[in-house]
Each structure stands twice: as C-alpha cells, then as structure tokens.
Design a protein around this ligand. Structure first.
Ligand code: FES
Length: 505
C-alpha cells in the first residue's frame, strides 16, 4: 500500500493486541477494513459473538486509501451490464447500490456519526470526442433502467470536458470517521479485535478453525474472508477470475472556489476529483487516477507526477501534502463476488472484486453476508452477487483473456532480465534486478545502506515480480500479490514471503 492517506493522517485508531492464544467464536472475520468492520457491527448488534483478525493495523488497507465516494455511478457500467447480464439484473445492481447508499446515510443520521457526510452530484465526463458515443449509450441505459441522470455539454467544474453525465444526489464522507463509530459499537457489543495477526489457512476438524501464522486457532461456525483478496481460495480459483489494478491519489489544502460534485472521466488516463473538509475547516482537493494493471513495469513516481501536473494546471494546486495509492480487483463481469466461497460450504464467505467502488460494494457485501448468517429474510441481492453465479459468454471470454495475460507475464518474466546493476552501483533508496548465479534477483538498498536481495519469483504461482518505486514494494503482475522490500507479503494471494538470496561469496 502507498503512503499515508488524508483519512489516515486525520484519524487515530487505538492499537489492538496480537492474538496470543486459541479462541472459539461464532463468526471469525479476517480483514478489518470496511467490509469486515461493517459485518462485525451488524452481526454483533444482533448478539453474535465475533472475532475480527487483521494482519496489519485496523483500516490500514484499501479502505484507508480510498477516494470515499458513495455512489451508484460506477463508471460506464449500466450499458455494459444490460449487454452482459440483461436489463432486469442491471436494474437490480442499481437498486442494490441505491439501497446501500440509503443504509449508510441512515446509519449516519440515526447515530449522529460525525463523518463529514455530504450529498453531492456525481459526474462521468469526457474530453475525448471518441468517448461521446459511450457516454450517450450510458445515458440511454440510465433512461431504460429509470436511473435519474442528465447528459450535458457542461458541468459545474470548469475543467476541459466535452460532455458529462450527472447522477444526482450521491454522496461523499470521511470513511475512517464513519468506521470508527462502527468499530466502537462492534467492540461495545462484544467483538474482539486482534491486529498483527495473520490468518494463514483454514482447518476442518469437528469445527472449522482459522490458523494464524503463530499457530493459534480461532474455531468458528462462520468465516468471513474480508481481505481484499480472499486469504483462502478453497478451490474457488479467485486468482484466475480477477485482475488487480493500481491507482494513485494526490491531495493538498486548497483555497479555490469549488462548485461541488464528484467527478471521474471515462477515458485514459483516469482523472477523479473531489474535495474533503478536514478539521471542519480546511478544504483539501483530491485528484486521483493514472490507473494501471498492478505489477506492470511502470514508473510509479511518474504516475504521482502526472497527477500533480494535472492538479497544478487545472486547479493551481501546488502544495501537495498527501499522496497515496491503492490496489483493487476487477472480476470477470465487473460485479463483486459476495457470498459463499464455493457451493460446497455455505458457512465460508468471501467479499472481493470491488473495482474501486468499495464504499458501496463493501457495505453491500457486509449486509448480504450478515443477513445470510443471521438467516434474515432472504437478501434480494444474494444471487446477483454470488461468486457461483452463472458464467455468461463475456465472462468466459474475460476468463480466457485474464489468464492469457497471466501466461504472457509468466513467460515474459522468465525471459527478461531488465536493468542489470551490480550491488556496488546501487544508490541509496534504489532497486534493481540483477542475476546472481544465473537466477533473477531483486536488490534494494535502503537509506541506511542495508541491501535486501530477493528471488523475484512470486511465491503464489511463479510469475516474476517488478519493483514499485513509489511504494518500495515488489509487485506481481499476474494476480496482484505485493511484497515489502524485505520480502514479506503485504497483499495476497501469495502467503509466503519472497525467498531471501544470500549475498555472501
Ligand atoms: Fe499469482 Fe504472483 S500473484 S503469480
């Protein structure tokens, strides 16, 4: 994950202990992000015994690095969904998002959560004439699905744009302040939270049990894998059914006139814009984008620089005090996988593939899964988002394409030996890939002159990792695993660290 986000800098969470013994509970949730915390809140409110495990710190992952738009406008999705899954299901997708937004709003209102919640119109815009027809098609989809919207050649924000599609009355907030409330309530209701506790596998005896890296067991009736990428696969082949994308945000205090609205363009490079008020007085402008497939051999610093140039040119924003990145997964049909991990076991749940729309998709996941566990009246959206949903033709085509790309990466990585550099030539805070005894080795020299040498073979399925110069991580282009420069796993599907290479002799 990238550097500290504006939300993390503004919110201090208490530290939670590491799990030091084996435990028993009704629900074990792995992953303390928005989905995990919301599920803990909903389940514990109904009297269920919950244990929440987090490999790092609470909300240190994707939720802490979001742009925090609460919207049903998920890019050019509705015209595509009508084509791939049909009008009825596309409408249901919208309803699910709409109801999720209402849920968030009601929680905030009823509980007086001070989280800078603001209603805002959302805009999809383009300044590229070749995308006009796609925006028009999306607007037609809105009309056929009865989604409120307006297509116009103008939008409130004065940046270059040829056309914009407005979805009125969406929202934005401070995600960590909102989740602070949910977490506090879950704890009041008896939820136990453990940090620095890495879930490694799942075991079955009489009861299923999550086994941690330190070999403690959390026996449970239900397991929710809310870890961004499911920490167990259970033959669900999730790594083959999603790809990972990296995106970036820069932000700084801003005194310009902002006309309101949350904006995102439809062409490349992506540009996403919103404001956020911190300390109830300082207005920050957030400019995001530069999305690319994770682990691509990109210059990540350049991604930040491009956003800074855009922020300066369009808004005269020069004082950038925060920059951060996030990784997210896209599924075969662009809808999240929410529900039982496989048909065989209805008590193990996954929630993943939010495609950068984690505020709505993550909350929806927590709702669907907790409704299922609580055996509430059947959640109307359970089947639509089920990971076992029918694989349509476009999904199968994407499955083939995703895995062809993985195969290409695998081969490319084995055949290429880029930028060979000797250890002595490395500058401080620099990385390079070299060969040692015929093997591809990733080197990084930190600011204290310590050199880390790692076998660049990803421990998931063997692709070659690439250096991410902005985040100082080794990223895998195949399924998005990320490793610290010392080799430790920061994000799965990999579970084992990169192999250390000895530099002696
Ligand atoms: Fe699958 Fe690296 S994440 S091979």
């Amino acid at each position: 994950m990238g550097s500290t986000s504006i939300w993390q800098a503004d919110t201090a969470f208490q530290d939670f202990p590491k799990l030091q013994e084996s435990k028993k509970t009704e629900v074990c949730i792995v992953g303390a992000g928005l989905t995990g915390i919301t599920a803990a809140y909903l389940l514990s409110k109904q009297g269920m015994k919950v244990i929440l495990l987090e490999a790092d710190h609470v909300l240190s992952g994707v939720t802490g690095h979001t742009s925090a738009k609460i919207t049903a406008q998920h890019g050019l999705i509705y015209s595509e969904l009508i084509e791939t899954i049909g009008k009825e299901k596309a409408r249901k997708y919208y309803q699910a998002m709409q109801e999720t937004m209402e849920f968030i709003k009601n929680e905030i209102t009823e509980n007086h959560i001070d989280c800078n919640f603001e209603e805002q119109d959302a805009f999809l815009y383009t300044d590229d004439a070749s995308y006009l027809s796609q925006l028009e098609k999306e607007f037609e989809a809105y009309k056929s699905l009865n989604i409120p919207g307006e297509l116009s050649s103008e939008m409130p924000l004065q940046i270059p744009s040829k056309q914009a599609l407005k979805m009125p009355r969406q929202a934005q907030f401070h995600p960590l302040k909102y989740l602070q409330f949910m977490l506090d309530e879950a704890i009041k209701n008896g939820t136990e939270v453990y940090e620095q506790t890495v879930a490694m596998k799942l075991e079955y005896n009489r009861q299923k049990a999550v086994i941690t890296k330190d070999d403690h067991r959390v026996s449970c009736d239900y397991l929710i894998a809310a870890t961004h990428f499911p920490y167990i696969d259970h033959q669900g082949l999730y790594f083959a059914k999603m790809y990972a994308d990296q995106s970036y945000i820069v932000s700084g205090k801003w005194s310009g006139e902002y006309p309101g609205g949350m904006y995102i363009n439809v062409e490349n490079p992506t540009r996403s814009i919103r404001t956020a008020t911190l300390n109830n007085k300082d207005v920050y402008l957030l400019v995001g984008g530069e999305n690319h497939r994770s682990g691509e051999n990109m210059d990540e610093k350049l991604c930040y620089d491009n956003l800074k140039v855009f922020a300066k040119e369009q808004f005269e924003l020069t004082d950038i005090s925060y920059q951060w990145s996030a990784q997210d997964f896209t599924t075969l049909d662009k809808m999240p996988y929410i529900g039982p991990i496989t048909d065989d076991d209805p008590s193990i749940f996954v929630a993943t593939g939010y495609r950068k729309w984690g505020m709505t998709n993550g909350t929806l996941a927590a709702k669907i899964i907790s409704d299922t566990i609580l055996e509430k009246e059947e959640n109307p959206y359970k089947d639509l988002f089920s990971p076992a949903r029918f694989a349509s033709k476009p999904m199968l085509k994407n499955l083939f394409n995703f895995n062809m790309e993985v195969a290409t990466e695998l081969l490319k990585g084995k055949l290429s030996f880029p930028s060979s550099k000797e250890i002595e030539e490395l500058e401080l805070d620099e990385a390079a890939i070299t060969t040692i005894k015929g093997a591809r080795v990733g080197l990084y020299k930190d600011k204290e002159e310590n050199v880390y040498a790692l076998d660049t073979t990803c421990t998931h399925l063997g692709c070659e990792v690439n250096w991410n110069s902005a985040d100082k991580t080794w990223d895998c282009p195949c399924h998005g695993s990320r490793y610290h420069y010392n080799g430790d796993v920061m994000a799965g599907p990999a579970k084992e660290p990169l192999r250390k290479v000895s530099l002696d002799d």
